[in-house]
Design a binder for this molecule. Structure first.
Ligand code: NAD
Length: 474
């Protein structure tokens, strides 16, 4: 746990913001306007469950409305509180600005342990929470668009959109009131994997630059790199799976709530995930060393540490023992402000949360656009693209026929196939992650007063928010 002198999560985000504005030229008034959280709505509602009324506390915080709708996930956890949703809403503002999704920042949360309820009970609770937020336009396609976060997923988003439709029967854009919906409920291909996929793209981009790798004392590619992941949920599972099965990384450690697993040869991420889903924990998973105090694995020797569970896990108490030279913040706020200072002083390179986990909101943006246009990506152009490629292949084959040249079957099948929605989504996500990295990197390498990627990310983001406010006359 964090030491006594640790700031709260929101204070920690504000302190990181303050570090960034010190190297910017903003008026103190505008600086304050951007930093503060505009509003936080707290709701207490009762639901009759198992014969008695239970009261739940939920929040929806709006950090910045410089662009609307505002966007940010809804979290279900017992740790949810006002400070946490405000910190997460602030991070959403900066994240959206950094990856140029046209949203302000928001976040919601319900103080609940979802494992304690039956599915139909969770549905009742979710619909009631959604009703309270919809009534106040805190869920609305043009005002405020939630998405999944810790403890929620496609199922909850499907209940929320249905609740919105029941309350807004003539809204043609109703489906765009929330993202992260199931595919058969107007979701988009690639949203479930998006945040983990974005972590993979972020790391790939980092490893493309020799100077950046050198700053972390690393060389080569992701192939063979030892990775420790904390949290094998939506984000951690997909990131670990893709890094190990597509990039050749070795996932040597996995940390979950009930302990950690270690294997020098690399863990089978899919098998561990299946075990976790079937048994509710990772203990007794065969073929790996079980470590009861899982969090100690964060301090194990490895090349890349990927905290993908929750905030504050790397703090004043353990920062000086972290050995990984490179940390990719897949979770929001896993490193406290104090820990960040210690790690930087120790020469660790941190790929910050507002960039590393921006894949989720990026693909949410694509889903929202898809819902507003009422058409699947690629539907109009895919077959035309294939026909044009066929024309070219036919012509090449005609020209090369008398020379006996032949196009390879693999080339032909790959070239002839027009992009489907999943390919387009991944391409858009990759482009987003590469462009945003390029902007952070230009500041990181180009300005002496910008010494790390986090401050670079904040500077890019704050500058965009400031421009939006200035253009409104503030
Ligand atoms: P999730 O609920 O799917 O998974 C979280 C996992 O972490 C679970 O397996 C849980 O058992 C584990 N966990 C929780 N506390 C732990 C602890 N103290 N030690 C070890 N393991 C622990 O949640 P998620 O959607 O994967 O979100 C994880 C993090 O990523 C959060 O910080 C969230 O805000 C952030 N995030 C999520 C998304 C998204 O699209 N889901 C997008 C951006 C950021």
């Amino acid at each position: 746990m964090a030491a006594m002198s640790e700031p709260s999560f929101r204070e920690s985000v504000d302190m990181m913001f303050n570090r960034a504005v010190q190297v910017m030229d903003l008026s103190p008034g505008l600086e304050q306007k951007i930093r503060v959280c505009n509003s936080t709505y707290t709701v207490r509602f009762g639901v009759r469950l198992r014969g008695k009324i239970e009261t739940f506390v939920g929040y929806r915080s709006v950090h910045s409305e410089h662009m609307e709708p505002v966007k940010g996930g809804i979290r279900y956890a017992t740790s949810v509180n006002q400070d946490e949703v405000e910190a997460l809403a602030a991070l959403m503002t900066y994240k959206c600005a950094l990856v140029e999704t046209p949203f302000g920042g928001s976040k919601g949360g319900l103080c609940i342990d979802p494992t304690q309820y039956e599915e139909h009970e969770l549905e009742q609770i979710t619909r009631r929470f959604a009703y309270e937020l919809i009534k106040r336009d805190l869920i609305n396609p043009s005002q405020n668009v939630p998405a999944p976060d810790m403890g929620t997923g496609e199922r909850e988003m499907a209940w929320i959109v249905d609740q919105y439709q029941r309350m807004n029967t003539t809204d043609i854009n109703a489906r765009a009131c929330v993202t992260g919906k199931p595919l058969n409920g107007d979701g988009i291909q690639g949203r479930v994997e998006a945040t983990g996929r974005g972590v993979q793209y972020a790391l790939r981009e980092f490893f493309r630059h020799p100077e950046d790798r050198a700053k972390a004392g690393l060389s080569g590619t992701l192939d063979g790199k030892r990775v420790v992941v904390q949290g094998l949920g939506n984000v951690g599972y997909h990131a670990a799976l893709f890094l190990s099965t597509e990039d050749g990384a070795r996932v040597t450690g996995i940390v979950e709530r009930d302990g950690g697993l270690w294997s020098e040869d690399g863990l089978d991420v899919e098998a561990v995930r299946q075990w976790l889903v079937a048994h509710g924990g990772i203990k007794d998973y065969p073929g790996a060393t079980y470590v009861e105090k899982g969090a100690t694995l964060l301090e194990a020797e490895c090349d890349i540490l990927v905290p993908a569970a929750m905030e504050g896990v790397i703090n004043l108490a353990n920062a000086h023992r972290i050995q990984a030279p490179l940390i990719a913040e897949a979770a929001n706020g896993p490193i406290t402000f104090g820990a960040d200072e210690i790690l930087r002083a120790r020469g660790k390179v941190i790929i910050p949360d507002l960039y590393a986990n921006a894949g989720g909101v990026t693909v949410s943006y694509f889903e929202w656009v898809k819902n507003l246009t009422h058409i699947r990506f690629g539907r109009l152009e895919r077959r035309r693209e294939e026909a044009r490629h066929q024309l070219l292949v036919d012509e090449l084959e005609r020209l090369s026929a008398d020379r006996g040249w032949q196009l390879s079957p693999t080339f032909k099948s790959q070239y002839l196939r027009g992009a489907d929605e999943l390919e387009l989504v991944r391409s858009g996500l990759d482009d987003t992650m590469r462009s945003a990295y390029g902007e952070m990197r230009a500041l990181w390498h180009g300005r002496e007063d910008i010494a790390d990627l986090r401050i670079a990310a904040f500077v890019v983001a704050i500058d965009r928010v400031a421009k939006a406010y200035r253009s409104k006359g503030l």
